[in-house]
Design a protein around this ligand. Structure first.
Ligand code: SF4
Length: 305
């Protein structure tokens, strides 16, 4: 039993490779879990360029293995990565930076920050003044918060995050004490400087002209592919059992999907090229496609097994 379970919290007795997870389709509206796979796809111009199945329901840990899968398939990493806020972790930002992938990946508060009426909480650590030269924060009342140490945490993938800890000198009797924090003693804040730096870079990119264009395309790229798959083609469930068979199941679907998409594109461009293109396209799949793909889009969907 434990051997089959591996690092997962659950598995299905019908399909031991499938893990119980919450689905987007929740007919009972009670957050019921069902056995399934976390399907990640990369798309470009609405063509499926890569996919991989994961047993973990959260997206954060799937990005790096997905990039490795992409590299294995095309012998290179994509130059640009566009993904939603579910992928915006320190580990993922770092991987992309170290591997030369231009990251247009949102972080958890990005949308909130962009609202016209958004006013930052003046007591929040990110709103406080930071003196980088002498490494201290200045709290809302003007007190110095000095560095008292570093906290290290390990993520589920084994990545170590470091947060610097700063402590106020005397909070007793402060008129802002009630609004500032609720714990006892003097206020302590923890700041992950590296993650904040990645977030600043991500914000700059996302708000640039190119970033706005990529964000605009993200909703018509993978979302359109999943829309066509699930609602136009009614492909909501895998028809096989076991990860290898489910992989085969989706691989055939992806080939058919791409051929259909290419025919539709060519029909628009001119009918005489369709026959020629079909044979070239099938040939490309057989001989392993190594085209010049610059953009990789990730998104996730959980599909019932
Ligand atoms: S409660 Fe402490 S940390 Fe908060 S504003 Fe007052 S002195 Fe500064």
């Amino acid at each position: 039993h434990l051997e089959v379970l591996g690092e997962r919290n659950s598995y299905s007795k019908t399909d031991p490779d499938a893990t119980f997870m919450r689905m987007k389709e929740d007919a009972m509206k009670n957050g019921q879990t069902k056995p399934g796979y976390n399907l990640q796809t990369g798309t470009e111009n609405q063509f499926i360029i890569d996919f991989r199945l994961f047993p973990n329901p959260t997206d954060t840990l799937t990005l790096i293995p997905f990039f490795h899968s992409f590299q294995h398939r095309y012998n290179r990493l994509p130059g640009i990565g566009v993904a939603d806020s579910g992928y915006g972790s320190e580990e993922n930002y770092r991987f992309m930076q170290e591997n030369g992938i231009e990251a247009f990946v949102k972080y958890n508060y990005f949308h909130k920050e962009q609202r016209p009426r958004y006013t930052p909480n003046p007591f929040h650590a990110e709103s406080l003044h930071y003196n980088a030269g002498e490494d201290y924060y200045v709290c809302t009342m003007g007190q110095h918060m000095n560095r008292i140490g570093t906290r290290r945490d390990k993520t589920a993938s084994g990545y170590i995050t470091e947060s610097a800890r700063y402590k106020a000198q005397r909070c007793e009797g402060c008129p802002l004490r009630g609004s500032c924090f609720k714990a006892q003693g003097n206020r302590i804040i923890e700041v992950n400087h590296r993650l904040n730096q990645y977030k600043r870079q991500a914000r700059e990119r996302l708000l640039s002209e190119e970033g706005i264009r990529h964000r605009g395309r993200r909703c018509i790229e993978p979302e359109a592919v999943f829309g066509q798959m699930k609602y136009n083609m009614a492909y909501r469930r895998f028809r096989h059992v076991g990860e290898d068979k489910v992989t085969m199941d989706f691989a055939f679907f992806a080939i058919a999907f791409n051929i259909k998409k290419m025919c539709a594109r060519l029909r628009k461009a001119g009918k005489e090229f369709i026959t020629l293109a079909k044979s070239i396209f099938i040939g490309l799949f057989i001989t392993r496609y190594n085209g010049n793909i610059a953009t990789c889009y990730q998104m996730n969907e959980k599909k019932a097994a």
